[in-house]
Design a protein. Structure first.
Length: 107
């Protein structure tokens, strides 16, 4: 099975960019471009920056910051789940151990 690479156009702040990606990623790429467009429009409206380069860098920093916060939250949640699973496993081991001892002493 070969992955077909297609070209698509995305528009950000009135500029069009040709991008190549696999056909099944085009919709995701378009959504990402729309998200970037929204972020850049908000920065432009609130800071009155005129340089698209500066707006793009600030948007990239904001998006990277959001991404890292989400990753940290995800890691913390996974650690909590793992801790809880370990605690439950220990409880189960203790209960099974007690039951085994009860059975052995009853024999």
């Amino acid at each position: 099975m070969t992955i077909e690479i297609k070209g698509t156009t995305v528009e950000v702040l009135g500029k069009q960019f040709q991008v190549k990606c696999s056909e099944d990623e085009i919709e995701s790429l378009q959504k990402a471009a729309a998200f970037l467009e929204q972020q850049m429009q908000e920065i432009r409206a609130t800071t009155h920056l005129l340089s698209i380069d500066r707006i793009a860098v600030i948007a990239a920093l904001n998006i990277a910051h959001q991404f890292l916060n989400i990753e940290n939250d995800k890691l913390a949640a996974a650690q909590k789940v793992n801790d809880r699973l370990r605690a439950l496993q220990n409880k189960m081991d203790n209960i099974l151990g007690q039951r085994q001892m009860e059975l052995e002493s009853a024999e």
